[in-house]
Design a protein around this ligand. Structure first.
Ligand SMILES: [Zn+2]
Ligand SMILES: [Zn+2]
Ligand SMILES: [Zn+2]
Ligand SMILES: [Zn+2]
Length: 327
């Protein structure tokens, strides 16, 4: 374990905090685990749903650091969003930052860069897009969600409810009324795959070797056959595969990571799967977490959401321990 979270209520004087590039209020500092035990200090503005990285530090986050950051992003969904100013200023030198296109292995994203090289700012959604774990919401997703019980689409950036229809028609052009982020889903398998690539040991090698090979697999929960990346839920058991709800994606993660790992191992003759108990524990972990918050998903308020994220920290902690992501 090498996360060193700075407590949200740490006695760091507001004046010492770096100003948010948009609202200029002090940002919340957060120390996260990086590769090779080198911690990474980042800053978050929860009301603006922005993250600040010094220089190119976002590339150095370890899997454990990434999971911690996802936990904070999910927690920010209980905080009402400010809209961003059109111009963002660097927290270090106050110069106007430039919006630049950023082409990564995972695809295209956007970021605001300090012209003096101090670092970059991204909305939470842009950060997640850069990591390659988002996909746009399609009309069929909207229809499917409308039919499912816990219905309702949320903004992946700020957590606000987003109606999936425009003028009564299901639409994939819907965007958040608070922060203008277009509707996106977290693809839980893409996130599981990313974390496996970041994890130490043989799973990492295997995942890297097989990267981009999104073979059709089986639902990690019930075993039904699936076409990857196409569905919101397993049609058989309703297990979550993609969701606009980040906490839901984290809850589904243990099961999907296990399924992804087993699939990778099974398709690689050099690495026969060995059942190890930590991965069996993951299943229980996911199930325990999912029992609680599910019942009051539909029509959830911000207060419901803060209740939902109670315990998210412990869950992520257990997940990091179980899959040994700290290295
Ligand atoms: Zn702000
Ligand atoms: Zn600067
Ligand atoms: Zn939003
Ligand atoms: Zn299933």
């Amino acid at each position: 374990m090498s996360t060193h979270d700075i407590d949200a209520g740490a006695p760091l004087a507001q004046a010492l905090r770096r100003p948010c590039p948009s609202c200029r209020q002090g940002m919340q500092p957060l120390r996260l685990a990086g590769h090779y035990e080198v911690p990474i200090d980042i800053d978050l503005c929860l009301p603006c749903h922005l993250v600040w990285f010094d220089h190119d530090e976002s590339q150095r986050l370890s899997g454990a650091g990434l999971l911690r950051l996802l936990e904070r992003i999910a927690a920010s969904h209980a905080v009402a969003a400010h809209s961003l100013r059109t111009q963002l200023d660097c927290p270090s030198c106050a110069r106007a930052m430039k919006l630049v296109h950023n082409l990564t292995l995972a695809g295209r994203s956007l970021q605001y860069n300090c012209p003096g090289g101090h670092g970059k700012a991204q909305t939470f959604a842009l950060y997640l897009a850069e990591k390659g774990v988002l996909r746009p919401v399609l009309v069929r997703d909207v229809n499917r969600l409308a039919q499912s019980d816990g219905g309702g689409l949320e903004c992946i950036n700020c957590g606000a409810d987003v109606p999936g229809s425009i003028g009564g028609q299901a639409s994939n052009h819907a965007q958040c009324g608070y922060c203008s982020t277009p509707l996106h889903l977290v693809d839980v398998d893409a996130l599981a795959d990313l974390l496996l690539r970041m994890s130490p040991g043989p799973d990492r090698e295997l995942a890297q070797r097989q990267q981009g090979r999104r073979v059709a697999g089986n639902c990690g929960q019930c075993g039904a056959a699936l076409a990857p990346g196409l569905h919101m839920r397993c049609s058989h058991c309703q297990g979550t595969l993609a969701t606009t709800h980040l906490t839901g994606a984290l809850a589904a993660l243990p099961e999907r990571m296990r399924a992804t790992r087993d699939r990778r191992r099974a398709s690689d003759f050099a690495q026969m799967p060995s059942l190890d108990s930590r991965w069996r524990d993951l299943k229980d972990l996911g199930e325990r977490w999912q029992q609680g918050p599910r019942q009051w998903r539909s029509g959830a308020t911000r207060a419901d959401r803060s209740r939902e994220i109670d315990g998210l920290g412990d869950f992520v902690e257990a997940l990091i321990d179980a899959i040994d992501l700290s290295f």
